[in-house]
Design a protein around this ligand. Structure first.
Ligand SMILES: [Zn+2]
Length: 87
């Protein structure tokens, strides 16, 4: 029996779920589909937030490495300037 619409369904109407007693989803496929559609917005939002977080992390890493490169470059330049001055 479907835990959402309460309809008795053939086992074929239920997806398998090893976590439940009878090895089937508590929701029938129709209700599972509706549930997913309902939660799609929420899921998409969560994914968007996750992606934004990952992007921010990448950006931060890139900025950090760019800063590092800049400091290395400026060090090299100053070394060059020093050697040029000593000539
Ligand atoms: Zn159902």
């Amino acid at each position: 029996m479907c835990g959402i619409c309460g309809k008795k369904k053939w086992d074929k109407s239920f997806n398998k779920n090893a976590a439940t007693k009878d090895g089937l989803q508590t929701r029938c496929r129709d209700c599972e589909r509706l549930y997913r559609i309902k939660n799609k917005k929420h899921i998409v939002k969560r994914h968007a937030r996750y992606n934004a977080m990952k992007r921010a992390e990448k950006l931060r890493d890139r900025l950090a490495s760019e800063e590092l490169n800049e400091s290395i470059n400026s060090r090299c330049q100053s070394t060059q300037t020093d050697s040029n001055l000593s000539k």
